[in-house]
Write a protein that binds this ligand. Structure first.
Ligand code: 2IT
Length: 445
């Protein structure tokens, strides 16, 4: 067994019952064989062994009182994975499925994603099994305050800076920020994704979706193609999906599906204008199921199926991990799809990714495709430190530039290490090298 295979075995043994974490580690370590061969100093200094072990993992009780006066108890997590190149940075996810495996896979991915942005941010992630759906504002506030009453001691603008993820938007960030400020008595950029009047950055809400569209443009350019006239299928219609549609429309493409866990809607005309406005409110304001969109516009609700069976040029999973499996990938291949780009975190299963790469499809891995969100979070941190704010045009131009650079770095690393046009390996290698070099320089810590 090779050094890396052995390490994967050890990770699986030491982190039992954490399949998502195993999956994320496997995908990265698989790409590193030629890198470690060329750089034995990474092996002797145990960079890979240290990388797969979080610097710190915090698990805590979050008690709160619901509107009926009943005590509820949730579990809070923050995994501070790696601080070699900057303070821990990464979102908080509030969803009933959240457990240590999910937070660790997300935190591990975040190390490389954040490195790829070229900005000084380490990797971390957190969350809770709390479900904001169906809760009143007052309940969400009490929950967020209780969570921050424990979490604040681990955070700081130069230590650990959370943001949003699934189930955490500006409302939740606001309640957490208010509580942090009250306890610490400091006004600092300890969270990103804040409201514009209280330290947020313009362009942060749009950043993940817009960034994904900019990245796809770069992928297509390399094959002499563009987004103009392309038909795109997506799944989630939250923060990532809706702004992705907006930018895709601006670039001349047409998005024809949205989905949730119980089915999908096919809108052959494309989601534009008033329909996009309706969709923007659907999740952000009302947390409504996708079926409501079908009902509103008299479209068929395809129950129990995934949108990946709809013929398209480009498929962009925008919801959650492992939402696009082998059979879905096979459908996409057979229906003439030319590009799959992961706008969610790890949305494609490993066998789906392998099939798409085998078929020489353009494949954009999550670490690269969805890095725009955290990149603009880092720009929010910069603006907070300067006590200054940039305009939308300034932020958007920086975002575009960052996404173009991520594409360049990833494709160059892939070629340099013999992976041809495999951006999965390229993104892993480019993200890894910056962190590994910083870890080498800082000694065995
Ligand atoms: O997955 C992600 O990169 C995020 N949820 C955003 C993290 C951030 O700190 O803005």
């Amino acid at each position: 067994m090779s050094y890396l295979e052995e390490l994967i075995e050890r990770v699986i043994k030491r982190n039992t019952g954490e399949p998502e974490f195993h999956q994320a580690v496997h995908e990265v370590l698989e790409s590193l064989e030629p890198v470690l061969q060329r750089h034995p100093e990474y092996v002797t200094s145990g960079v890979a062994e240290r990388l797969v072990e979080p610097e710190r993992q915090i698990i805590f009780r979050v008690p709160w009182v619901d509107d009926t006066g009943k005590v509820q108890v949730n579990r809070g997590f923050r995994v501070e994975f790696n601080s070699a190149i900057g303070p821990y940075k990464g979102g908080m996810r509030f969803h009933p499925s959240v457990n240590l495996s999910i937070i660790k896979f997300l935190g591990f991915e975040q190390i490389f994603k954040n490195s790829l942005t070229g900005l000084p941010i380490g990797g971390g992630k957190g969350g809770s099994d709390f479900d904001p759906r169906g809760k009143s504002n007052a309940e969400v506030m009490r929950f967020c305050q209780s969570l921050m009453t424990e979490l604040y001691r681990y955070l700081g603008a130069d230590t650990d800076v959370p943001a949003g993820d699934i189930g955490v938007g500006v409302r939740e960030i606001g309640y957490m920020f208010g509580q942090y400020k009250r306890i610490r008595n400091v006004y600092e950029g300890v969270l990103t994704g804040k409201g514009i009047s209280w330290g947020g950055s313009v362009g942060r809400p749009e950043a993940t979706g817009y960034g994904a569209a900019y990245f796809i443009q770069e992928m297509l350019k390399a094959r002499g193609e563009s987004l103009q006239g392309k038909t795109i299928t997506i799944s989630g219609y939250g923060n990532v999906g809706t702004y992705f549609i907006e930018k895709a429309n601006q670039l001349g493409a047409k998005v024809v599906t949205i989905a949730d866990e119980s089915g999908y809607v096919y809108d052959p005309e494309g989601i534009t204008g008033a329909r996009l406005e309706f969709l923007m409110d659907l999740w952000c304001l009302y947390r409504s199921p996708a079926r409501v969109y079908a009902e509103e516009f008299g479209l068929e609700w395809v129950k129990g199926k995934r949108p990946w069976e709809v013929p398209c040029d480009i498929a962009v999973p925008t919801a959650t991990q492992n939402e696009l499996g082998y059979d879905d990938a096979l459908n996409l291949v057979n229906n003439g799809c030319i590009c799959v780009a992961e706008a969610a975190n790890m949305p494609c299963t490993e066998d789906a990714v392998n099939l798409l790469l085998e078929k020489d499809m353009l494949f954009g891995p999550a670490k690269a495709v969805n890095a725009g969100g955290v990149a603009v979070s880092a720009l929010e941190m910069s603006q907070n430190s300067m006590r200054y704010s940039w305009t939308f045009e300034e932020v958007d131009a920086k975002l575009k530039n960052i996404m173009e650079n991520i594409y360049k770095k990833s494709s160059q690393a892939a070629y340099e290490y013999g992976f041809r046009n495999n951006l999965v390996a390229g993104a892993n290698i480019a993200g890894f090298k910056k962190v590994a070099d910083a870890m080498l320089a800082q000694g065995i810590v």
